[in-house]
Design a protein around this ligand. Structure first.
Ligand code: MOS
Length: 676
């Protein structure tokens, strides 16, 4: 299907959070900390209050009333302590955006600074073992004897890979418009990956019962995880609106987004792999070192792919975390799996070279019958099918494995492969379907963050009702609709779709209305390992003169259950792969060790791929039938596309140049380095 909202989007009629008209609206602008750690001595809002159009200055000098249960990243102006550079320490509300912004610059904040520490290292004395890693996995796992496996191996690889801080950069900045009505009910037009959860987080922060808050996000211009939990703009708009008795709008600047909307934790990952003469793993150990803030423990699940991917008699995975004077890391597309698979799949490539085996074959001989970490059967697993189909389409059999020998003028040419995996989950969801003017209305508080969720759900409902999609109208993006989980973890369609199918089935029986809640149904799901798999192939050209790296071809082959809509799915896959290309070659946020905070704070410095960087990207999928997932038989596809891409490109760069770069991004300087 074509996207239902395609026309309103391309004609500019789709309304995003900051665009709703509001009578008497005022504007808020945040003031951010200039120190990384310490205490606010005094906030002087005097000069700002005298600026034109200023209505209020909010700060810890007169803390707005909030709940003690507020998420610490949302507890604005409640404390004098500063946890990181860039943290919101005050805000100005004025009649225009320009006046608010000018006055924000006039707010004086005096600090009592302390020494800060913003640098992750694998021997940091503050490293500890968190109780669990996101979203509830065991921190460490082990089976068999890793040391014995390594000792008995014919080939071993011991390597350290590093990934930098990465930032989501959705086109739509984080923005909100908040109103309090006469009865004290709060309405927030927010940019959220889930209005039900955003409503709950805002209500908790403000100490309100959830029914006193409504969150509306009808269109969201990308999120990738950065809008998966409520960010400060929503709470700031609500506090500011309460303070001035008018609706208040706030749109973060791109620079502010880098500071307060979360980021992917940097990682240091140590891997030890051993294989016998046939390439079969004898041991796999994967340990990740990551950071969180002093405010909140966010422990990313970096080494979980090792628990899913390959058969091995000895397996150890572990995570260590250190709390630094930094902002809290947050969700970024395939959090955990993406950086973890970058390191694992790069190390597997190193193992293939060390053992003299083809990297596709190495993965095939190590395919797992049951999930290595748990012993559970897979609901379905077709990694081997993806590798074989990818190799066939890509022309892999013509590949000369020797690195650094193919040259076309100044260009060194190479190819690489990596595997992908991502969990296929679903969460409880509610939905209502009703006969509506001869057509059908389906209501669910799902979120369309640019993925085409409206369209996918329309199709799912039409299939169930056995009517044409034109007769189905899906209403989403509003917390007053039946409760739904976020568009995240690649489980939006699986979760919402399950509820939509059940509601539509009941409507068919009842003739008028169907209402569903999948909580009980999901409790009855069999205990199985459910994951999507994929294989990614890359061809790169590396200039031997400048070190410039061009990705000439990218191919992804995925086994992700039944594909609900091919057009939407292709966009998701190639979008994920493009984001993975950015991760491989461009994206990096440097932390400022001296002053704290981030050095990259806009799209001039933080490079993301543009069309010219993305040449031949192709995504295809295998026809996979899996009856153990949900009524659609679908696995999520939002994140599998990014997992593995960076490793495939890095492996291709090695094949092209003979030089292994183990720190992302793979920049020209790092590629040229061995020459000097
Ligand atoms: Mo995605 S990081 O699960 O929103």
């Amino acid at each position: 299907m074509n996207r239902i909202e395609g026309r309103v989007k391309v004609t500019g009629l789709a309304t995003y959070a900051a665009e709703y008209p509001a009578e008497g609206v005022a504007y808020a602008c945040a003031v951010q900390s200039r120190i990384a750690k310490g205490r606010i001595k005094r906030v002087d809002g005097g000069p700002a209050l005298e600026s034109p159009g200023v209505l209020a200055v909010l700060s810890c000098e007169d803390p707005p009333r909030m709940s003690e249960d507020a998420d610490p990243e949302l507890a604005l102006f409640q404390h004098r302590e500063v946890a990181y550079r860039g943290q919101i320490v005050a805000a100005v509300v004025a009649d225009t955006y320009e006046n608010a912004r000018a006055a924000a610059a006039a707010v004086r904040v005096d600090y009592d600074p302390d020494d800060h520490d913003v640098t992750l290292s694998a021997d940091h004395p503050g490293l500890y073992k968190p109780d669990v890693v996101n979203p509830g996995f065991p921190t460490d796992t082990g089976k068999g004897d890793v040391e014995a496996g390594l000792a008995a191996a014919a080939t071993t690889v011991e390597v350290t890979y590093e990934t930098p801080v990465l930032h989501n950069n959705p086109m739509e900045p984080h923005a909100a418009l908040a109103y309090w009505d006469a009865e004290g009910r709060l309405l927030v037009y927010d940019t959220a990956q889930g209005t039900s959860t955003s409503r709950d987080m805002i209500a908790t922060a403000l100490g309100l019962p959830p029914e006193r808050v409504r969150v509306v996000s009808r269109h969201v211009g990308g999120g990738f995880g950065s809008k998966g939990s409520t960010r400060p703009q929503a709470v700031l708009a609500a506090l500011a609106a309460r303070a001035v008795g008018r609706p208040v709008k706030i749109a973060l600047t791109r620079q502010q987004m880098f500071d307060v909307t979360g980021y992917r934790t940097p990682t240091i990952q140590r891997l030890r792999l051993g294989a016998d003469a046939q390439g079969r793993l004898t041991a796999l150990e994967h340990v990740a070192y990551e950071q969180s803030s002093t405010l909140v423990e966010f422990a990313e699940q970096t080494t979980v792919p090792g628990r899913v991917m390959y058969a091995t008699p000895a397996l150890r995975t572990a995570h260590r975390l250190v709390r630094l004077d930094v902002a809290t890391p947050s969700w970024m597309r395939a959090p955990g799996e993406c950086p973890g698979m970058y390191a694992l799949e790069s190390a597997m490539d190193e193992l293939a070279y060390a053992a003299g085996l083809d990297p596709v074959e190495l993965r095939i001989v190590n395919d797992a019958e049951t999930e290595p970490g748990t012993g559970l059967p897979f609901s379905s697993r077709d990694l081997v099918g993806c590798l074989r189909e990818g190799a066939r389409r890509f022309g892999w059999e013509r590949r000369d494995p020797a690195p650094g020998i193919r040259r076309e003028g100044e260009w060194l040419v190479g190819t690489g492969v990596a595997a992908s995996t991502y969990p296929a989950r679903r969460s409880p969801c509610q939905a209502v379907a009703t006969v509506w003017d001869g057509d059908f209305l389906v209501q669910v508080a799902a979120a369309d963050i640019g993925t085409g969720a409206r369209t996918a759900l329309t199709r799912i409902a039409a299939d169930t009702l056995e009517v044409s999609p034109e007769r189905v109208h899906v209403e989403l993006g509003d917390s007053d609709l039946p409760r739904a989980p976020v568009a995240g973890g690649s489980m939006g369609t699986a979760s919402w779709g399950s509820a939509v199918v059940r509601a539509c089935e009941e409507l068919k029986r009842d003739g008028k209305k169907g209402r569903a809640d999948t909580t009980e149904e999901i409790k009855g799901d069999a205990e199985l390992a459910r994951h999507a798999f994929g294989a990614q192939f890359a061809e790169v050209r590396v200039s031997s003169v400048t070190g410039e790296i061009r990705v000439a071809r990218l191919l992804g082959v995925f086994a992700a259950g039944r594909i609900v809509d091919p057009t939407l799915a292709r966009s998701q896959f190639i979008g994920g792969m493009t984001m993975g290309l950015g991760m491989a070659l461009m994206e990096e946020t440097l932390t400022d060790a001296e002053f704290g905070g981030f050095l990259h704070r806009d799209l001039a410095q933080y490079h993301v791929p543009v069309c010219a960087d993305v040449r031949d990207v192709e995504a295809v999928w295998l026809d996979e039938r899996d009856g153990e997932l949900n009524p659609m038989g679908s696995k999520g596809i939002g994140e599998i596309g990014i997992v593995g891409t960076a490793a495939a490109i890095g492996n291709a760069v090695f094949h092209a140049t003979g030089h292994r770069v183990r720190e992302l991004p793979i920049t020209p300087a790092k590629v040229l380095m061995p020459r000097f």
